[in-house]
Design a protein around this ligand. Structure first.
Ligand SMILES: [Zn+2]
Length: 143
């Protein structure tokens, strides 16, 4: 494994290619059902809201701000690519763009960040390889 690649690299499939392509440009683009407008993440093969028999999604940029629902501190790595990264924090965030639209990502403020439910976060991107970026979160400045 190259020293430059420290984490597993996402392998986009048909449903996620547009998400990863936008992420490479540091843009959070989520799937939206073209029939009912509901956003889904991760994108699936059918819209769970309208169950339209001819599923159709488009990826459009969204504001990556949201609210922390929960979190976990990862202290042990089962994947060799993360051994040098532990401990780190994964946060479960409800995005502002739609009620109940959640995304899990790494909190880039570090494992000692003082977190509370309801904390405000913004989406940020980690460049993990040339042309590959993974969305995560950072705490908004508290007032
Ligand atoms: Zn729908």
């Amino acid at each position: 494994m190259s020293d430059l690649v420290r984490q597993p690299i996402p392998v986009p499939d048909e449903q996620s290619a547009a998400f990863w392509s936008a992420a490479a440009d540091h843009v959070l683009a989520l799937a939206r059902c073209t029939h009912c407008g509901t956003r889904v993440h991760p994108a699936g093969v059918v819209c769970a809201q309208c169950l339209h028999p001819e599923p159709s999604f488009e990826f459009t940029p969204v504001d990556g701000r949201g609210t922390v629902r929960s979190w976990v501190v990862i202290r042990d790595s089962f994947l060799p690519g993360f051994r040098d990264e532990v401990p780190f924090v994964l946060v479960d965030v409800e995005l502002d763009v739609q009620s109940d639209l959640r995304m899990i990502g790494r909190l880039l403020d570090g494992p000692d960040a003082a977190l509370s439910q309801g904390d405000r976060v913004v989406t940020v991107f980690e460049d993990i390889a040339p042309g590959v970026a993974v969305p995560g979160f950072a705490l908004e400045a508290r007032t």
